[in-house]
Design a protein around this ligand. Structure first.
Ligand code: GDP
Ligand code: MG
Length: 597
């Protein structure tokens, strides 16, 4: 296809504002998919993604659209991963297209993710067409939302398209706007091949599939291509496009988006953002902006039943095949036995992987306290990256410790602002900015990542009754007064519960953890002390009293629901517990103990 007849775009939106529904409608109205094959949310493929409304892998569809001027255009839609954990992947997908539809729910207005995503589009120099969705709803207020888009984002919204993706209003207008308001790509067919590796995944039949955007040159079957980051060379087996089913084509030229397969063994051999060229007479200048993707949150995954270790290994290896940003290595813990230390791009990524192991592979897991990476500067001048609090060196050998920080952007109706400020303050946040757009406040905080990874988002949702939206990016490392806090159950340290905490918060955290554990650990035939300690010094203590013969005896005549609850708790607990010394600790304790209510 010649460049003039190609349009490449993405859709940016806050979650639930209608990105997937609009994509479905664009696909359907152009007969890209026969009606009988149309299923909802065509672009969201995995089950968990669907349930959680997130997309992890970039997804593409090529649409042929005959415009009102009679000419046929190729429209390539890239659906980007929808979550802050995948910001770098999003930025690469954005670089692969020239424009964006900015979808805003006209009953809601601009939200934190709308902003975060639209800034990515602006950074990638996109032409942006605002789309006001859900105009079928009575609460729709296009004027107000258009004004808000201009005030908050600073882009012209006078020609915003009014759409109901659900009832199919404004779809033709949207397609026309894509053709006439978004720029065509540029590129030189005769130049050496230069293509961006946008994403990759493992396909059971085809092996590793690579999503590419051609900048210059032509990509064809039989060519020997080189990945510029790894210098690896592969023969191209197959070249194709997504309609959205994979369809083979002869070649991909400048401006086009499609896939290749090239006998690549593992997804790990492909780096998102890498430049693909030919082995001979290739380009010398890679595309700018490549970053290796590095895990930021770590935790241990152990099977509840140690006999399932090999099954867990199998599950983790399979998942890692398809996810280069998920890292793992074997770990042994005195208390938990054999397991894996795993690294993730963020907490959501962690939860997705854990859920998949539990559901798809049917393995009950103990997930140890998630930890960020601390930089430990030793007195001898060396620096250690600490991925696991259990490995913390003797404090007397440590000079100082740095922790990762983030810039968090929170949007919230002003009646909840006070609660949000308090939450951020409680999490050692430093306020950077506070502005208003109508009755919504936008507040920017500098926060330690470790204060955010456990339950910040849940807390934020709960103090704002679900009205706040949140987005963050990593900013760098800063020194602070951090110590390792250990938890001792029945006088035995439980490494899986060790955490790094700020010295000033240690007592409070320690007390909260001991109280939580006291609730979570079932009573035994003997008394169990639960302690939090820094170094050798106990800073908090609770005692779980011994069990009487009849667990529920003391409840008789008392509160019947409490008795029922106790029995249920014990029943549920039985299945998923591990023994630490003589004490059974339920699976849920490891993460719950860290959440602060
Ligand atoms: P996404 O998270 O941005 O992909 O949003 P979805 O496309 O999954 O839509 C979120 C919800 O809004 C779904 O329940 C849709 O059915 C609904 N929705 C999307 N577009 C419209 C619309 O134009 N009108 C109405 N009433 N609902 C819509
Ligand atoms: Mg969606």
């Amino acid at each position: 296809t010649d460049l003039d007849h190609i349009r490449n775009f993405s859709i940016v939106a806050h979650i639930d504002h209608g990105k997937s529904t609009l994509a479905d409608r664009l696909i359907q109205s152009t007969n890209t998919v026969a009606d009988r094959d149309m299923k909802e949310q065509l672009l969201d493929s995995m089950d968990i993604e669907r349930e959680r409304g997130i997309t992890i892998k970039a997804n593409t569809v090529r649409i042929d659209y005959t415009a009102q001027n009679g000419e046929t255009y190729v429209l390539n839609l890239i659906d980007t991963p929808g979550h802050v954990d995948f910001a770098y992947e999003v930025s690469r997908s954005m670089r692969a297209v020239e424009g964006s539809l900015l979808v805003v729910d006209s009953t809601q207005g601009v939200e934190a993710q709308t902003l975060a995503n639209v800034y990515q589009a602006i950074e990638a120099d996109h032409e942006i067409v605002p789309v006001l969705n859900k105009i079928d709803l009575p609460a729709s207020d296009c004027d107000r939302v258009a004004e808000q888009i201009e005030d908050v984002i600073g882009i012209d919204a006078t020609d915003a398209i009014q759409v109901s993706a659900k009832s199919g209003i404004g779809i033709e207008d949207t397609l026309e706007a894509i053709v006439h308001r978004l720029p065509a790509p540029t590129g030189d067919r005769d130049a050496p091949l230069k293509a961006m590796l946008v994403d990759s995944w493992y396909d059971a039949y085809l092996g590793v599939v690579v999503l590419v955007r051609i900048m210059d040159g032509v990509l064809k079957k039989g060519q020997r291509i080189k990945m510029m980051q790894t210098n690896a060379v592969y023969p191209v087996d197959r070249v194709g496009v997504f309609r959205p089913a994979m369809t083979t084509v002869d070649e991909l030229g400048p401006g086009e988006i499609g896939f290749i397969t090239a006998s690549i063994k593992q997804v790990r051999d492909t780096k998102v953002g890498d430049t693909i060229t030919t082995e001979k007479k290739g380009t010398d200048t890679p595309l700018p902006g490549f970053k290796p993707s590095v895990p930021v949150v770590f935790c241990g995954l152990f099977p509840v039943d140690s006999a399932e270790f090999e099954d867990l290994r199998d599950a983790i290896e399979k998942l890692a095949l398809n996810d280069a940003s998920f890292s793992y290595e074997m770990e042994t813990s005195a208390a938990l036995g054999f397991g894996f230390r795993c690294g993730f791009l963020g907490l959501l990524h962690l939860e997705v992987i854990r859920d998949r192991i539990e559901r798809e592979y049917d393995i009950d897991l103990i997930t140890t306290a998630p930890s960020v990476i601390y930089n430990i500067y030793m007195k001898d001048g060396s620096m250690i990256e600490l991925h696991n609090p259990a490995d913390m060196p003797d404090p007397s050998t440590v000079d100082h410790i740095e922790e990762p920080r983030i810039k968090a952007t929170i949007m919230v109706p002003d009646e909840y602002l006070g609660d949000v400020l308090k939450l951020c303050q409680d999490r050692r946040g430093i306020q950077m900015d506070l502005t208003y757009a109508g009755t919504r406040a936008m507040v920017v905080y500098d926060l330690p990542l470790n204060e955010v990874v456990f339950d910040f988002y849940d807390r934020l949702k709960s103090v704002t009754k679900g009205y706040a939206s949140f987005d963050y990016q990593m900013t760098g490392y800063r020194e602070d007064n951090l110590v390792k806090m250990q938890v001792l159950v029945n006088d035995e340290p439980v490494d899986a519960l060790s955490t790094m905490v700020h010295r000033d918060r240690a007592e409070m955290r320690g007390r909260a953890m001991c109280e939580k554990l006291k609730e979570l650990i079932p009573r035994h035939m003997f008394k169990i002390p639960i302690q939090a300690a820094i170094g050798g010094k106990v800073i908090a203590r609770e005692t779980l009293s011994a069990l009487r013969k009849d667990v529920t005896a003391k409840c008789y005549g008392g509160d019947a629901t409490r008795k029922k609850k106790l029995l249920e708790k014990q029943k549920a607990g039985k299945k998923k517990m591990r023994q630490f010394g003589k004490v059974d600790i339920p699976q849920e304790a490891f993460i719950s103990a860290l959440k602060m209510d």
